[in-house]
Ligand binder design. Structure first.
Ligand SMILES: *[C@@H]1O[C@H](CO)[C@@H](O)[C@H](O)[C@H]1NC(C)=O
Ligand SMILES: *[C@@H]1O[C@H](CO)[C@@H](O)[C@H](O)[C@H]1NC(C)=O
Length: 279
């Protein structure tokens, strides 16, 4: 019974994959337009990126450790946190709570003074914040990472999305992500109440370490974006490269609300170039 059900699926999958297999993955094709690829423009990609920022609340914040010698209070600071010596220049990436609380695409974070990332930032480190799109729904139709064998069908291997034992139930390589690069600056104190309201909406537990709490000294900061590096997905259907930062900052809420990212709604097909392009 399994075999009978499996046979047509196998041929169907093989044909489907051959027709839509990505031709360019981590780069865009040369002369995309002439080659017949329809790839979102850098501007359209910036709108997608701003929507990703608006909908995503976790990122990986990367900073660089200061030189031991440049840290005058080394003994106070480093011995307290038991930091090894000779870390100057080492990069350091950690998960950080992020919210999109201002209008210019500068991510908002709640800096805890004892946190290593923000110590590095205060010591003058430039920073990079990486964020990726995690669709709320798995796709109905998946890119297969392998061609199913007859054995899979005898052993009960299944074609359908959702039955997958993969830890990530979609092709993350074919979904948007970015890294914004720049520096950290304090948000003006008069904006603290607005920032707190916005931030707690994205992160209810952050109410315990808002500025003025009794446990940790904290303050709202913004990442002042100076550059944006974007990978929209596979290179034959998404833009890969640097985005114009003026566009990034100038994009309106209306533009952000008018598009959807892949998998925001149920029933999407991660192979579909069409869905992705007609945003
Ligand atoms: C931060 O980046 C700028 C370039 O944008 C560079 O001039 C500066 O030296 C960097 N700062 C540190 C502490 O590396
Ligand atoms: C910013 O956006 C507005 C409206 O969308 C547009 O008229 C203006 O030219 C843009 N400015 C820049 C610097 O791109």
């Amino acid at each position: 019974m399994k075999l009978l059900r499996g046979l047509p699926l196998i041929s169907c999958v093989a044909f489907g994959a051959a027709a839509t297999e990505p031709a360019y993955i981590f780069s865009n094709p040369p002369e995309s337009e002439r080659a017949g690829y329809k790839i979102p423009t850098p501007y359209e990609s910036a709108v997608q990126g701003r929507r990703l920022l608006a909908l995503t609340t976790l990122g990986t914040l990367a900073t660089v450790f200061p030189d031991d010698s440049s840290s005058k209070k080394r003994d106070d600071v480093s011995s307290q946190e038991n930091r090894p010596t000779g870390m100057g220049g080492m990069p350091h990436g950690l998960m950080e709570y992020v919210a999109d609380c201002e209008d210019e695409g500068n991510p908002t974070m709640l800096a805890i003074n004892v946190e290593t990332s923000f110590k590095n930032a205060r010591a003058g480190s430039n920073i990079s914040l990486a964020m990726q799109w995690a669709p709320p729904y798995p796709p109905n139709k998946r890119i297969k990472s392998y061609y199913p064998s007859f054995l899979d069908y005898f052993l009960g291997g299944s074609e359908e999305a959702g039955n997958s034992k993969e830890k990530v139930p979609y092709s993350a390589a074919n979904l948007p992500r970015f890294s914004v690069l720049g520096y950290i600056e304090n948000v003006e104190p008069e904006k603290t109440a607005d920032m707190a309201a916005c931030f707690v909406k994205a992160h209810p537990d952050a109410k315990y370490w808002l500025p003025g709490n009794r446990i940790h000294e904290s303050e709202f900061v913004r990442l002042v974006v100076q550059q944006v590096y974007w990978i929209g997905g596979f290179g034959d259907r998404a833009y890969i490269g640097w985005l114009p930062v003026n566009d990034w900052k100038n994009i309106t809420r209306k533009e952000i609300e008018e598009i959807k990212l892949p998998g925001e709604k149920k029933g999407w097909n991660e192979w579909s170039i069409r869905d992705w392009v007609e945003l």
